[in-house]
Design a protein around this ligand. Structure first.
Ligand SMILES: C[S@@+](CC[C@H](N)C(=O)[O-])C[C@H]1O[C@@H](n2cnc3c(N)ncnc32)[C@H](O)[C@@H]1O
Length: 278
């Protein structure tokens, strides 16, 4: 039976030393580190959703992933391991992060595992470049506007799937103080903070819709494990005729906000040549 659901992936990460040891999930005595429990569940919940969509993909073609704000690149290493072990395929993985030390650590783990299907680059997501066609852009807890860079990069490279689980994004909190219809809600600091998070993810979703993606929002783990549990999962569609950023601009106008996602990308509507042939 192939390992594809969250519980099976958690089990694999807890049992299988070949992958969990190099990723630092265990103490030197072999015991699992208690503080890795949350991360293991997040990785497993995210991988489950990625495997669901990739299951529909033609596995004869090399799938190219770009993990933005990869940090220690847990997602890429775990996915690479599962794809090889369970599906006998080797996707290609790019990882990008602004932290040079983490990039060097990823490179060392890659070399130790002898994975030749990975390249890690130091730098900002928005500056990432490659000649390869990127199919899937992923980001787990890319801080602040780094999630927006991942979305913009995914749209820019015409990725078939863009899947991000955002972290904190403080940009709208200070903008929501007055001059919008819900000031009686946002006058309370805690509600303003929660509402800013919802509005931020709604704007991201509208931006993806406006750029020709079908968008679903899912929880990868229960909220009691972490409140940062929402996956924005976007699939490129063939339908280019209705593309418009009207919903995005409307939302920004209603709340008198100035969200910066569009700054990473020119707002030219995509043409049919860039549409996905799926
Ligand atoms: C909270 S960590 C998450 C790391 C990893 N994805 C994980 O889940 O373990 C956020 C990472 O984003 C990186 N980062 C921040 N801004 C970035 C940017 N503009 N482009 C690429 N990486 C960025 C940081 O260096 C850090 O490694």
């Amino acid at each position: 039976m192939k390992i594809i659901n969250k519980a099976e992936i958690v089990n694999l990460l807890e049992q299988e030393g070949i992958i969990s040891n190099p990723l630092g999930f265990r103490h030197s005595n072999g015991l699992l580190k208690k503080d890795m429990n949350k991360k293991i569940n997040e990785i497993a919940g995210f991988c489950e959703q990625i495997l669901k969509i990739i299951n529909k993909y033609n596995k004869k073609k090399e799938i190219v992933f770009l993990e933005c704000s990869c940090g220690k690149s847990y997602l890429s290493f775990v996915l690479s391991y599962i794809f090889e072990k369970e599906f006998n395929t080797k996707p290609f993985f790019f990882g990008v992060d602004t932290n040079d030390e983490l990039i060097r650590r990823c490179e060392k783990i890659r070399a130790d595992l002898d994975y030749e299907n990975m390249i890690f680059k130091h730098g900002r997501t928005i500056d990432f470049n490659t000649d390869k066609k990127v199919d899937v852009v992923i980001a787990l807890h890319a801080c602040n506007t780094a999630t927006d860079e991942a979305i913009a990069k995914g749209i820019e490279v015409g990725a078939r799937y863009i899947m991000v689980v955002p972290c904190c994004q403080g940009q709208l909190r200070s903008q929501l103080k007055d001059h919008h219809p819900l000031t009686t809600v946002t006058q309370f600091g805690l509600l303003r903070s929660k509402f800013a998070d919802i509005l931020t993810d709604a704007l991201r979703s509208q931006f993806l819709l406006g750029n020709g993606y079908y968008v679903e929002l899912l929880e990868i783990v229960p909220p009691k494990l972490t409140p940062k549990n929402m996956l924005i999962s976007a699939r490129k569609t063939k339908n280019t005729s209705k593309r418009s950023l009207e919903g995005y601009h409307q939302l920004n106008n209603i709340f008198n906000t100035n969200f910066s996602l569009q700054d990473y990308l020119s707002e030219q509507p995509l043409n049919d040549d860039q549409a996905c042939a799926c």
